[in-house]
Design a protein around this ligand. Structure first.
Ligand code: C5P
Length: 319
């Protein structure tokens, strides 16, 4: 059979959401951002960006979600402009159609992963041939979580979140049930501001102290087995602050912890989405099906997800 002819002016980029398997606030930096120690994990909940190269110099975005701005404040447009400026060719144009599946303002890096997909996708579509490391480096100018979203998988993240140390793991079998109350969103800057007001007095001041905490994180075993067998909880410092602001978080955690087979339960990022880890994807799917009415009654959207070993994926479904 003759394979279909690839159209080099069109591609699909899949942008994965992330959860936090650890989120520790170490202190505050001179640039006003927080110094973090995190473990982030890509999951199979994803947005799709359909990109068509255009002959004019316009960067145009349309999406299936009218809550999202299609203007210059959208991270997708920021990422496309950043890349165009980097290569010094403002003639490059693209039409992007975003299929938004990742909930907004949820602590799942939905905006960041779309920006990451834009960079990886346009690098190919515009034939720029930049290395992945270069895209990661560039991306941190517009968001702390974007470098992680480019390469994804399971990684330790330091600094603002942009200093990455990939964790080598043979298999990622864990499954999860993810929930979010669709009626609320949490603003990340607000969550960090509130955390600083409440816990700023506990912040570490010295980089040597930061390094001690980083080394503890590095020395932990982040394999699925170790998470399931040796951990009793997932640390997310922001949960302490966001829980009283958003009672939906407490409700989500309570429901998730009651599902048979759920092992560790936590908020993701700055919330309000929460997740429970299960031994594998099949268990998570079965339990979601069985308890779908509980989530519905509580007014929660719920997804069964698997872990992904990569970030942005470029589709081969060229038309
Ligand atoms: O980098 P990003 O644009 O995603 O950050 C959003 C906001 O979250 C920042 O403006 C800041 O208020 C807060 N933040 C922080 N420390 C970090 C990351 C984010 O205080 N390491």
């Amino acid at each position: 059979m003759v394979p279909p002819k690839a159209n080099e002016d069109f591609l699909i980029a899949e942008a994965h959401a992330k959860i936090n398997l650890h989120l520790e606030v170490l202190g505050i930096r001179s640039d006003g951002f927080h110094e973090l120690a995190m473990v982030m994990q890509s999951i199979n909940l994803s947005d799709q960006l359909k990109m068509t190269k255009s002959v004019n110099n316009k960067i145009i975005l349309h999406s299936n979600n009218n809550e999202i701005s299609n203007g210059d404040d959208n991270l997708i447009i920021k990422a496309a402009n950043l890349l165009r400026n980097k290569v010094g060719n403002t003639e490059l144009g693209v039409y992007i159609e975003l299929e938004k599946n990742i909930p907004i303002g949820a602590g799942l890096a939905g905006g960041s992963t779309d920006a990451a997909a834009t960079l990886v996708g346009l690098n190919k579509l515009w034939r720029l041939n930049l290395e992945i490391e270069e895209l990661e480096k560039l991306s941190k100018e517009i968001g702390s979580d974007i470098p992680f979203c480019v390469s994804g998988g399971r990684q330790i993240c330091f600094g603002r979140g942009e200093i990455l140390e990939k964790i080598k793991i043979e298999r990622l079998d864990l499954g999860l049930i993810l929930v979010k109350d669709p009626s609320i969103q949490v603003s990340t800057p607000v969550a960090y501001k509130k955390y600083k007001e409440e816990y700023g007095h506990t912040y570490l001041k010295d980089d040597r102290d930061f390094e001690i905490r980083r080394n503890i994180l590095r020395s932990n075993n982040w394999s699925d087995q170790s998470l399931l067998d040796t951990r009793t909880e997932i640390q997310n410092d922001l949960q302490k602050t966001v829980c009283p602001m958003a009672p939906e978080v407490k409700k989500s955690l309570k429901i998730l912890s009651r599902i048979p087979g759920s092992r560790l339960v936590s908020m993701s990022g700055s919330g309000p989405s929460c997740f429970a880890l299960f031994k594998n994807y099949d268990d998570a799917k079965k339990m979601l099906k069985k308890h779908v009415n509980d989530f519905e009654r509580a007014g929660l959207s719920a997804w069964a997800c698997s872990m992904k070993s990569n970030g942005v994926q470029l589709g081969n479904e060229f038309t």
